[in-house]
Design a protein around this ligand. Structure first.
Ligand code: ADP
Length: 472
């Protein structure tokens, strides 16, 4: 039977119209509907059936048919054709084939595979007759199948993609909710613990967050630093104040010392000169000599005080110089003791022990004289008449050792720490006169000679000052 050309054209038009219609947004049902209607335009067909490959089982399952009456026996037809091997041969050839119905001698079937290059999508069975010269129709069927298979595959892929996207979104949102929950729990824990915890960004090293305890600790640390700094500043201010007060004390000490210590010899000088002026004729020669001697003593006391002040002044300004030369130590000690005896007017028993056979020593005579004079003057001044005052000179391998001992009033313990500072005087001195400069001069002289000094003293029992000077 020859098929009318206009029928073929209608079939072709349907194929072309369907391909023009594809927009990509259809559902599977729409694609199937459109695809089946195209095949339904095949000339003189008795129906069209669609079998799709089941995704999971790789089976052909009946999907739809036109007209709908074919629904019931579609699977049966498929099974018969499969048993005959027709389905298998179509699939392996990948081309549409016409199978005549020898069983019922009704119209035959055109089996058309639906496939894309990567997979088989399904197949269409068209109940229609086809004669040998209708190869064009077979090709048109393949063309329509090609279009149908692509539309089905794309729609399926798109659906799967959309599905996967939805699943993914759901997973992400579930995960986000879970994470937020964990974060809330963590924050609750962090807020409750007493330990300060800082969360630091590993890459940037910047603090990302801190729990209240950490903030508190940070605050405490800041406050502590602030307090420490303030305390330090206060301490510095206090020290400066103490120094200032010390300086003020020293100044006032100096003024009161000068006014007090200078007044006594000045008064002596004034009174003796007045007596000598007013009563010169009545004074015996001995009296006059005695008064002149007293004036001389007062002057030498003032001179000595002035020298002490000058020494301290020079020492403070770093103007003291050391001139080392070899002297005879025995002679120096003897001459100083002679001076002392004159000043002491034989009130004390002065003992001199000398155990340093070479006698020659390399030193600064002026400084050594200051040391001996001041220590001996104190020993005599701070001990009662008729007690012993001893100067003992001995030596070790490396030093000359000078000891000045007395059995006087001694030095109170609390005074030991600032014994060698200028103007310091212990409380137990009573009305024994002094400037508080002697021991300061001794210490500075010992230092300049590279030696050391120590003192042992018990109140009311006496004192021992020991000076060690290195033998060069
Ligand atoms: P000054 O004797 O003029 O007061 P110093 O600097 O020589 O000053 O001595 C300081 C203080 O040390 C004295 O005022 C005194 O309190 C105490 N001192 C020094 N030597 C003795 C000593 N041998 N015995 C008791 N106290 C002493």
């Amino acid at each position: 039977m020859n098929i009318h050309t206009s029928s073929i054209e209608m079939f072709l038009d349907a194929i072309l119209a369907n391909s023009a219609k594809r927009s990509g947004g259809e559902s599977i049902a729409e694609v199937i509907h459109d695809g089946l209607h195209v095949f339904r335009e095949f000339p003189n067909n008795n129906g069209v059936m669609l079998f799709l490959v089941d995704d999971n089982e790789f089976n052909f399952r009946f999907s739809a048919a036109l007209p709908n009456e074919n629904n019931n026996n579609a699977q049966e037809i498929f099974n018969v054709l499969a048993q005959k091997g027709s389905i298998g041969s179509v699939l392996s050839a990948g081309k549409a084939q016409y199978i005549s119905d020898e069983i019922n001698d009704l119209s035959g079937f055109i089996i058309i595979p639906l496939s894309v290059p990567s997979a088989a999508v399904g197949l269409v069975i068209l109940a229609a007759d086809l004669h040998n010269d209708d190869m064009v129709l077979l090709r048109l069927c393949e063309m329509s199948a090609y279009q149908f298979a692509y539309a089905l595959n794309n729609t399926r892929l798109l659906q799967r993609l959309t599905y996967n996207q939805i699943v993914l979104e759901q997973k992400v949102s579930a995960r986000t909710i879970h994470l937020e929950q964990i974060q809330r729990e963590l924050k609750t824990i962090l807020d409750c613990v007493q330990t300060g915890i800082l969360i630091i960004n590993a890459e940037s090293g910047v603090i990302a967050s801190a729990n209240p305890a950490a903030e508190l600790q940070e605050l405490i640390m800041k406050l502590t630093t602030e307090i420490t700094e303030r305390e330090r500043a206060e301490e510095a201010a206090r020290q400066a104040l103490i120094k200032e007060k010390e300086l003020a004390d020293l100044k006032s000490n100096f003024v009161s010392m000068v006014s007090h210590e200078f007044r006594t010899p000045l008064t002596t000088i004034l009174s003796y000169t007045q007596i000598m002026q007013n009563y010169r004729e009545k004074l015996t020669e001995d009296d006059q000599i005695k008064y002149l001697k007293n004036i001389e003593l007062a002057v030498s006391r003032m001179t000595s005080m002035l020298n002490d002040i000058l020494f301290i002044g020079k020492s403070n300004s770093g103007a003291l110089t050391v001139t080392m030369r070899v002297i005879n130590l025995f002679e120096l000690c003897s001459s100083i003791l002679d001076e002392m005896r004159v000043l002491d007017a034989e009130k004390h028993k002065i003992i001199f022990k000398f155990d340093y056979p070479p006698s020659a020593v390399r030193t600064d005579e002026k400084l050594l004289r200051q040391i001996l004079l001041n220590l001996l003057t104190n020993a005599l001044k701070y001990s009662q008449s008729s007690t012993e005052v001893e100067l003992a000179v001995s030596h070790s391998e490396t030093a000359v050792i000078i000891e000045v001992k007395d059995k006087g009033i001694g030095i109170p313990k609390e005074y030991f720490s600032n014994l060698f500072e200028s103007f310091r005087r212990a409380d137990n001195v009573g009305n024994i006169s002094g400037t508080g400069l002697g021991l300061s001069i001794v210490k500075q002289s010992v230092d300049l000679l590279g030696g050391n000094i120590k003192v042992e003293s018990i109140e009311n029992e006496g004192s021992v000052f020991t000076v060690e000077l290195p033998i060069s």
